[in-house]
Design a protein. Structure first.
Length: 75
């Protein structure tokens, strides 16, 4: 595995450290994941496949909710 040095503005570094703490990960892992998403081919998986996988992983809180036309216009 290669090591790299990354320079960030102070405010971005502060926000990044806060993010990794909240998500129980490390800055190294976050950068690996982000770079992998950007530079690695999807290996046959389409964007819609990824979307459905994410939807399955994080189910909706509104499973049995039914809205009506009037509610739409109230927003």
């Amino acid at each position: 595995m290669k090591s790299i040095t990354l320079s960030l503005e102070d405010d971005i570094a502060t926000m990044a450290h806060s993010y990794v703490e909240r998500h129980h990960t490390t800055l190294d892992q976050l950068m690996r994941d982000l770079l992998k998403q950007k530079v690695m081919p999807l290996s046959g998986e389409t964007s819609i496949d990824r979307l459905f996988a994410l939807a399955d992983k994080h189910p909706s809180q509104l499973e049995n909710y039914k809205f009506n036309r009037e509610e739409i216009y109230d927003l």
